[in-house]
Design a protein around this ligand. Structure first.
Ligand code: ZN
Length: 127
């Protein structure tokens, strides 16, 4: 059976990078999302299907991992080196955590979709 994907090298890092920038992991040109976190069913440029891919909790896990480390580090630095009131610090770092999470979540989902897409192709390629 002739499979055009089997002759094409699948670069997981490239697929993840394209997904992080909201682009199709396959061609890098089409949009990966049709709204904030809703992925397209298929790429408008190359036709590759993405509707079946479920990132589940992966993007949330990655976002919390990164944002948590950044915000907690900044909060600890602020506690040691500033005289900000507790209420100001709590408000500032809570707002920062929310903004960073909302900003990072689509990229994290794109990364996971890119990796899952590349891995599924890799599995299909090896069978
Ligand atoms: Zn595409």
């Amino acid at each position: 059976m002739d499979n055009p994907v089997s002759v094409q090298a699948i670069d997981v890092q490239l697929a993840a990078r394209r997904g992080a920038f909201f682009r199709c992991p396959h061609c890098g040109k089409g949009n990966l999302f049709r709204s904030y976190l809703k992925q397209v069913d298929a790429c408008a440029v190359c036709g590759e299907k993405f509707g079946y891919i479920r990132a589940d909790d992966g993007p949330t896990w990655l976002t919390v991992l990164v944002v948590g480390h950044v915000v907690v580090a900044l909060a600890l630095i602020a506690v040691v080196s500033t005289t900000w009131s507790t209420w100001f610090s709590v408000t500032l770092f809570s707002a920062l955590a929310v903004v960073m999470s909302l900003a990072m979540l689509p990229s994290a989902k794109g990364i996971f979709i890119g990796i899952i897409w590349a891995q599924k192709l890799a599995k299909a390629d090896s069978v």
